[in-house]
Design a protein around this ligand. Sequence first.
Ligand code: FMN
Length: 648
Amino acid sequence: MNRKYPHLCAPITLGRVVFRNRMFSAPMGGTDITADCCVGPRTPGFYELRAKGGAAAVTASELVVHPQTDASHMFHLDLHTPGSLSSWTFVADAIARHGAVPSVELSHSGQYAGTYLIDKDKKKGLTQYGPSDWVRPDGIPVKALTAGQIDDIVKAYGETAALAKRAGFQMVMVHGGHGWLVNQFLSPAFNHRTDEYGGSLENRLRFARRVLQSVRDAVGPGFPIEFRMSGAEFFEGGYDIEEGIRIAQGVEDLVDLIHVSAGSYQFGFFRTHLPMFAPHGDNVWLAAKIKKHVSKPVATIGALNDPEQMEEILASGKADVVEMARALLADPELPNKVVAGRDDEIVHCLRCFTCMAERPTTGTRRCTVNPLIGREIEGTEVLPAARKKRVVVVGGGVGGMKAALTAAQRGHTVILLEKTGELGGILKSEQALPFKYEMYRLGLTLARQMELAGVEVRLNTAATPELLEQLAPEALILATGSTPIVPNLPGIHGDNVVVVNNYYKEKDKVGDSVVVLGGGLAGCECAVHLGMEGKTVHLVEMRDQLAVDCNIRHRPILMQMVDKYTTVHLKHAGLRVTGEGLVCRDETGAEVLIPGKTVICAVGQRSNRADVDALRGCAPWVREIGDCVRVSNITNAVYQGYHAALDI
Ligand SMILES: Cc1cc2nc3c(=O)[nH]c(=O)nc-3n(C[C@H](O)[C@H](O)[C@H](O)COP(=O)(O)O)c2cc1C
């Protein structure tokens, strides 16, 4: 069979192990960690999904090698608990039984130990070890590791690798990037030692080389070792790509795959986890440069999810392997779809950071577009229904589409009624913001998936009790969404006002100076977009904070963008719109004019309860989902849509 993406589908041999294609699942830590530092019962399923989805390698993470100097944070994984090897064996099995190579990331966070502690006060009592004595920007002192401690850590890498091999892992990844311990030794910014581990690059490389040698001695020849590094650190005082090249050259004799990521957690997630504001593949150039100077295969990573782009990266010789993290949460089946040429069915990652925000907030994993993530143990198959029913879904937004799709996949006969002429609901408005294109595309993908699953879509069809009586559904899902709130202010219905949801249709009306009324997520993102377009943007918010509805990982990045592109007016209440802009009351009670030719109204949404009230008596089984129940987000709409359909 001719593959649409031959390079992505080609096998690769590393050491003595053959990998079925070039798409690897990058490490993503499970959150399910028991009190005695073992992986919990939910973990095998978390990794298994990506093995089943066709990735060639799935890397489990983050196995702490030396808890005596590292695991100062509450939740970590190590192999020091007697009997803990079994839990890792289950993980390796779960990956290997689907034809993927199980790998495990060996890690030491060094001076970052304790980063994830929610109780920040507890951090103060911890001891953090790094290459050198210093005080972290958050006030936490770091102690320099002694030569004896370094010897112990090096030994621990080897011992842990040997145990991992015994558990059934067929590759190990040594984490040498993102600002963790190995990277801290490599970094001129953090390593100020004057012994044989500091100073020259040769000395800064010594720790990494000893670690890799220890792992190699433990696993033997032919067992692949992947070295994860940052191609450049991207902060002042850190190393640049030129030194990154020399680091790769300095370890290549000891490893089988050089995995080039970027950046350092010390300075946020902008580089390590490219946000929606950065282009896809923005770190590929680092791998491409390194690849020119080494003889070992090179992997690249960073917001990759488009088969055409990934195929080009391999075909043009920029890298030998592409790795994905978030893209494979969004759609674990991505590699299988690439192999089968079904790329129009790929559900793309939104880069919304829900996956990363859940860990520090609820200690779980979630993915906005994939309701299975973190809940795999509850079942990952959409099983056929015992009795096929007539199902009607009202509302063609994201929740309604997910419900209709899932119900159809279960074999039900599904009709979706949408009162407008287009599917997508609120996602339609995202098409005007290039950095939110993936959200718009989610609507298109769900529409395509519904088509393939046989859902009958009736556009321009309002659901009425009469119509429903005629259709006689046995199950009815109400997903009627929400409507933008337009505050009752003088001038708000003027020609110079655009409701944020309509911005995509009324872009041309927007002048070169804009006041955005409402600093929630939608208002902030629209304001950033307008600023990026070169407009003068004022962002007005009644409360004392912006985007309080935004998750804790996306928010800091969004705030950087807001600072860069807008002027913010907090504690300002809109009073009236005039031809000159928006008159507000500031916190002193004074009236001020915030100038702008156009006012964008982004003050939130209200549930469409009237539709629900009119229809909830129209079938023997009825479920309300998404915004019509309570205005929320895509994550909840998708989750509720999926589960409503499973309940039919
Ligand atoms: C939910 C989540 C958990 C992660 N956990 C780890 C980890 O334990 N170890 C690690 O080295 N990287 C971790 N990463 C970083 C990823 O491996 C990857 O470098 C990053 O997400 C960028 O790749 P992407 O753009 O394909 O998501 C994690 C990323 C995510 C999204």
